[in-house]
Write a protein that binds this ligand. Sequence first.
Ligand code: FAD
Length: 518
Amino acid sequence: MHFSSIIASSLVGWTAHAASITKVVARDNPSAEFAETLLKQSKSCCNVMDQFLPGKVLFPDNALYATSQQSFWSMQEVDLTPTCIVSPSSANDVAVGVLILSVGDKLGITDCNFAVRSGGHTPWGGAANIDEGVTFDLQSLNQVDIASDRKTASIGPGNRWRNIYPKLDAVGLAMVGGRVAPVGAGGLILGGGISYFSPRKGFSCDNVVNFQVVVAPGVILDANKDKNADLFKALKGGSNNFGIVTRFDVSIFEQGELWGGTVITDVSQMDKINEFFEGFAASDGYDEYASLITTYGFSNTSSPWVHSSNVIYTKPEENPPVYRGLTSLPQLLNTTRISTLAPLTEEIAASTEVAMQGRYYFSTLSYINSAAYMKAFFELCDEWQKTVSDVEGLFGAVTYQPIPKAITSKGAKQGGNVLGLDNAPDIVNALLGVSWANKADDERINASLKDLYTKAKAKCVEMEVDHPYVYLNYALPWDKPIAGYGEANVAFLKKTSKKYDYAGLFQRRCPGGFKLDD
Ligand SMILES: Cc1cc2nc3c(=O)[nH]c(=O)nc-3n(C[C@H](O)[C@H](O)[C@H](O)COP(=O)(O)OP(=O)(O)OC[C@H]3O[C@@H](n4cnc5c(N)ncnc54)[C@H](O)[C@@H]3O)c2cc1C
């Protein structure tokens, strides 16, 4: 029997004993003993994984290693060089990898640090890639299986929305996923997930009915409302702190065409746009079919600030009343039309791919819905932009996204999440997305964004619109998104981590992303 089959079969036995998982140590497993022998000889997790998962472990001399590296969104991630990249094609492969890492951890082997990536769309270096360690590239876990009752679908974490939506569109179905076609499913769902359908259905994570997840030391579990319910809740916002998710079973629903597109106006309309936005984002009479992303963007090579709003109504109704405050303004461009979902997510992708494979950062905060703060945040970004306008290839986009009670109130009814927003007021996510050309400017941009963030936060406090929520999927390494979930949620997450990852493998050996003690 092949090594990986030996491990896989013993893992099946382990899975049956998931209830006593805290008592499981790698030494109890015969395959773990074998892995330990090999690890003691080679002192390398990559080399041992290569023996257990032949053809699925890529070293830098393999052309597929470069292909995987080049498929990250930002150059900061591409710049890192893992010792090897593991490309699993099943949950069992992932379980074998996590078992070897657990044993390697016990032996104190240095190259047994690891990173987990799905679509690779987090901008900052080290979120989903690693220097001198193992990167799990989950892109081959990309199934989209629609259940015959049309109520759920099983989605591989390595999918991009570009792969999922056309399949659902083709049969008149949809799921609560991302709004931009090339982004990955895995990271987006585990960090929350804001969708065009969120006002109707909640965050993407609220619409998962079961996670298949590999926890340390290499055990495949299901987490749902009946089984491992604490882990089920913890994964809804808990990102990579508990294990590697190998399948999401998600709710799907009947969905016909939508109306939407992009409305571009002169920036001189800003006061009217902000006033419209504040009214739109308020719960009072919120139209749950409507969503909105309002952006003020600039480039230091071509254009001064320009306004664009992405409007999507999840019914095929032309220019519904909820958008009239915007669509009645004089416009430079309007692409709205009736369409299925996939083309709308490709249209918005085109604007994010302008500076493809550049260097990127996001800087984000939440504030309580207010047109006055919207303007104040823009003014701070405008001041910031002048301090870095000589940076080569600089693009910036100041984006506002409503997170009304219509979105935040849904989670508790669907098994709960850990985002800490169950009783939140109507908040807005403010995001400055920046891209630039050269690595030499990384530190300057980073420091300037830190300074901007400090000023923007102080302004929130001064204007009494401050809110502690930091959207994890837009956060930078110095943000504290998990602390922003609130003390009770952090305590719950830590307790759940102790139960499912007793040795703390995902806290100590998987440094990327946001850890529970951050
Ligand atoms: C152009 C663009 C558009 C975006 N649009 C949206 C949007 O519409 N809505 C929205 O909510 N967000 C959006 N985002 C933010 C997006 O949610 C995050 O970038 C998210 O991390 C992307 O998921 P990914 O799988 O590509 O991430 P990755 O970078 O691969 O992973 C992100 C984090 O999740 C962890 N992780 C990934 N997969 C797994 C797994 N299977 N198991 C355990 N841990 C895992 C990684 O270790 C990493 O720390 C957008 C981002 C970009 C760049």
